[in-house]
Design a protein around this ligand. Sequence first.
Ligand SMILES: Cc1cc2nc3c(=O)[nH]c(=O)nc-3n(C[C@H](O)[C@H](O)[C@H](O)COP(=O)(O)O)c2cc1C
Length: 222
Amino acid sequence: MPDHQPGFIPYANEVLSPAEMAERSQSFFQQMDRRRSLRFFSDQTVDRKVIENIILTASTAPSGAHKQPWTFCVIADPGIKKAIREAAEAEEYENYHGRMTPEWIEDLLPFGTDWQKPFLEIAPYLIVVFKKIYDQVGDQQRKNYYVNESIGIATGFLLAAIHQAGLVALTHTPSPMNFLQKILQRPSNERAFMLIPVGFPADNAEVPDLKRKELSEIAVFY
Ligand SMILES: Cc1cc2nc3c(=O)[nH]c(=O)nc-3n(C[C@H](O)[C@H](O)[C@H](O)COP(=O)(O)O)c2cc1C
């Protein structure tokens, strides 16, 4: 057994044949390609253990200096969901009645969205992703690095884990979202990043008929 540097452990890679690699990468793409943002939820409950696993998966994301600068707040309480819906709708009302540019409103037409967000009370869980702009350690502030990049990757992992578990979600940004910090009584080093209802789709739920870009439009090989 070779000696290892202090603080290091061997990395055990999973060895796949070229055929297995091709098959797994293709089937993972096909599975992820079925993910959609849902705006119509059922009130069917979800086992909390599943939500815990999803959050643990999100927290496997890489982060600047491994600071893991995130807090995932999970809301099942109907009173808190109602408060979040009311505050989100108040912001979205302003967004749809003047704060968004005409171009933005036009870009949103295919989604049929408006200021009303009933799914915030219907979905069994709301996950609010908070980014930690710094770490509070006792009375000391410690720096976090590449917080936006890190939280974006973690949220991507979260959405993939939700999909993988057979659930649906919406990446919702009823901005400005500082009402979430207040309602959930989060400390001053945390900023709301995303509000994500999670659950099952409503019966007969529909999604916009979107097409995704072709490989040639999104990749350049050198
Ligand atoms: C950063 C971000 C913010 C978004 N905010 C909202 C939102 O506030 N409301 C909404 O209905 N959809 C929102 N979406 C969802 C997008 O409209 C959706 O991802 C896009 O139309 C592609 O559809 P798909 O997720 O089904 O592939 C957001 C997505 C992202 C990535």
